[in-house]
Write a protein that binds this ligand. Structure first.
Ligand SMILES: CC(C)(COP(=O)(O)OP(=O)(O)OC[C@H]1O[C@@H](n2cnc3c(N)ncnc32)[C@H](O)[C@@H]1OP(=O)(O)O)[C@@H](O)C(=O)NCCC(=O)NCCS
Length: 197
């Protein structure tokens, strides 16, 4: 299954994507954003790949550039994590590993593609993400892809040499039935939430 957007496509994560994926996992700056603190060996990476192949609670996509003149087609990964079929929700995580291709709208494109896949194909209803509050680019990309800020987790992560705040964001499937926002949620998010009661 290939999902094609305006700037990039999502393709199944295959063996050919593993070298770059491991390099990004071991990239210090990316690790900080992704809340990863331990190095990933070749053997551990292989075990991880074998394991996710057999898991039903995550779906991994590689992000490939549509521009065929790009040095490498594989520019990042986006995945659904902790897929919960009872509550029909999942966490969304993303990395654009190629630094020179960041801030060009590709992240937004990939987040929108994976969201539409999750809603339409997996019948999920709520997608959420946790982003370091200092990671303004990521917050903006999620917001452009239809996620709304829901809250701030105070001092949630040890990052660098301090505890930092984390922003929680979510995107709900449109026209979702059976959800009546509480007054608190309405006060926080205003009239942007449709009432599907
Ligand atoms: C976060 C990430 C996925 C976003 O993808 P991207 O392709 O770079 O994002 P987009 O270009 O779609 O959107 C980013 C927006 O933030 C803006 N931006 C970039 N740096 C910014 C900054 N320091 N402050 C405010 N806005 C910033 C961009 O201009 C763009 O907005 P615009 O389209 O209105 O100009 C990507 O940058 C990345 O992988 N970063 C490293 C890993 C990471 O942070 N992952 C997310 C962990 S939750």
């Amino acid at each position: 299954m290939i999902l094609t957007g305006s700037s990039a496509s999502l393709v199944p994560l295959d063996r050919r994507h593993l070298t770059a994926t491991r390099a990004w996992a071991n990239d210090w700056e990316i690790a900080e954003f992704m809340d990863r603190a331990t190095p990933v060996s070749d053997a551990a990476h292989e075990r991880w790949y074998e394991a996710i192949e057999n898991r039903a609670d995550c779906v991994y996509f590689a992000i490939e550039a549509n521009d065929e003149s790009a040095t490498s087609q594989h520019i990042g990964n986006v995945w659904l994590w902790d897929i919960d079929t009872r509550h029909r929700k999942a966490e969304v995580r993303i990395v654009i590993g190629a630094r020179n291709l960041r801030s060009q709208g590709i992240g937004t494109d990939a987040l929108d593609l994976v969201s539409r896949y999750a809603f339409r194909r997996l019948n999920l209803r709520r997608l959420y993400a946790f982003v370091l509050s200092s990671n303004t680019r990521a917050v903006k990309a999620f917001e452009k892809a239809g996620f709304q800020q829901e809250g701030l987790l105070r001092g949630d992560r040890w990052s660098g040499e301090q505890y930092v705040d984390v922003v929680s964001l979510a995107r709900m499937r449109e026209a979702e039935r059976g959800y009546i926002p509480t007054a608190h949620v309405r006060a926080r998010l205003g009239d942007t939430i449709p009432n599907h009661a």
